[in-house]
Design a protein around this ligand. Sequence first.
Ligand SMILES: Nc1nc2c(ncn2[C@@H]2O[C@H](COP(=O)(O)OP(=O)(O)OP(=O)(O)O)[C@@H](O)[C@H]2O)c(=O)[nH]1
Ligand SMILES: [Mg+2]
Length: 455
Amino acid sequence: MSDTIAAIATGNVMSAIGIIRLSGDKAIDIASAVFSPSSGRKLSDYQDRTLVLGVLHSSEGDILDNCLCTISRAPNSYTGENTAELQCHGSPTVLRLALEVLFANGARQALAGEFTKRAFLNGRMDLTQAEAVIDLIDAETGEAAKNAAGQLGGAILRRTDKIYNDLVDIITHYHAVLDYPDEDIEEFEMKSYTDTLKKAREELQSLLSTFERGRIMKSGVRVAIVGRPNAGKSSLLNALLGYERAIVTAIPGTTRDTIEEFVTLGGVKLRLADTAGLRGTDDPIEKIGVDRAKSAAEASELIMAVFDGSEALCSEDYEAIETSKSAKHRLAVVNKRDLPHKIDMSVINSNFEVVCQVSALDRTGLDELGKAVASFFPMPAAPAGEILTNSRHADAVGRALISIDAAVFAMISETTPDIVLTETENALNALGELSGKTVRDDITARIFERFCVGK
Ligand SMILES: Nc1nc2c(ncn2[C@@H]2O[C@H](COP(=O)(O)OP(=O)(O)OP(=O)(O)O)[C@@H](O)[C@H]2O)c(=O)[nH]1
Ligand SMILES: [Mg+2]
């Protein structure tokens, strides 16, 4: 028995269509009580997933909307339960009234992620698929959306399921060995088990190696824009964002504090920090700003050092060159290409492997800048969905790897079988956490709390 939950699945904004979902034992009964098909037939007479035209009415019989309704019976639905979906007109008021009438007929408000949690608990999807639902909704780049869609289709499970089953075989065998200590493990069996574990290790290592890029897909690359005052750092941030986020003036030292914004450039999600212009100053506020600029630079994986192409290089530009050396990736952005050039490009070219000429004012050269950024963060040659983006998954795969290593070592060095068994079981549990087979309830609860209501 499951109680029946209801929620608005679309946003709380005026739109053409707004959807309300219902799931639980009484979902179809409750929908039937509030929705009357125009055909005069009963809603429950319709086949699953048929769109039925009709009216939604209040308990007093007032018409709330002319809308569509569709039902799916357990277990063939998203949640695995009886479900109904009302496609109303997208007025927040209509949707609120519709929800109230559903509550009056026995449904209750769904909690955040409760539909997907039920889908997981009813075996309709594993935990990686459920998590992919949030990733898909949150995806900010095309690559992130494609990967999340692949994970929703069970890509991670397909990669790890075979390993999981192999580990189960080994564990079963070692249990037998421990129960009947007189039976030796045949040498060929031993060889086949070590081979299986070594293959599992390779497979998991290749999966884990995708996480560096996957993490970027989800959280973005930390990027600092540094340079001398007036080089056009804030103008560049604004140009990349497409709106005037930071104050821009012709007065050097305009930006004092660091300003962080997410932006997608060259298909890569960036956590971009505009910083105070680097220069020696007696102004105590600006001094703090310059210190913050240096800290932002140190914390960044990529530094964009901005130069004013219409001016000759000065000592502050050399400071920017030095500051940029702390980053793993760095590129020079020679700005103001709309003005006559005075900068000595040989200095820039000899200090930076990647140089882009742009005009933040005219917003030109930004595509080339995007291509340069993309070249620093190539996508792994893995099919969509097989890039790990979630630190929970990476952590579980990492622990499985450590345990498999220990199990292989124990096998090769012919230590007691119970060590092989324990380590293989640890690896199995870690992999089980991925799919949710062995994950703790409080962790599952936390995962679903991150969802929006209605999903
Ligand atoms: N012609 C031209 N002017 C630009 C360009 N980019 C910025 N500027 C001008 O340069 C001046 C300084 O721009 P900002 O973006 O404030 O420079 P900044 O590097 O953030 O300066 P601070 O915050 O003082 O460190 C402003 O007058 C901008 O309009 C450009 O591409 N071409
Ligand atoms: Mg600025």
